[in-house]
Design a protein around this ligand. Sequence first.
Ligand SMILES: [Zn+2]
Ligand SMILES: [Zn+2]
Length: 104
Amino acid sequence: MLLKKSPEAASPPPAAPEPAGTLFARIKKEIVVIRPQGELPAKNAGSFSRYSCDLCHAPHGIGDLRQCGLCGRWVCPSCRNEEYYICSSCSGIVKLHTLGMEKR
Ligand SMILES: [Zn+2]
Ligand SMILES: [Zn+2]
């Protein structure tokens, strides 16, 4: 392998503003994944064809629950953040990060 020095060719790219994906990746590192994506929610022991919200443990139909894209918890409408499509547990972490960025 030949190491050729060409000073003009490879100038470092200009410092771009941090893309949203990077923040998301950083947040993801702090979140403990409860379930892998695609895994079904826990069945509610007390009622047939109902599933438990992973945060408040209330029984819900499968149509009411959404899997959090970060931790994989299945959460009911009152336990999720519709703005980010994540559970309220993860949205607390996301808010910490985004607030820290705004308050500069
Ligand atoms: Zn819930
Ligand atoms: Zn979550």
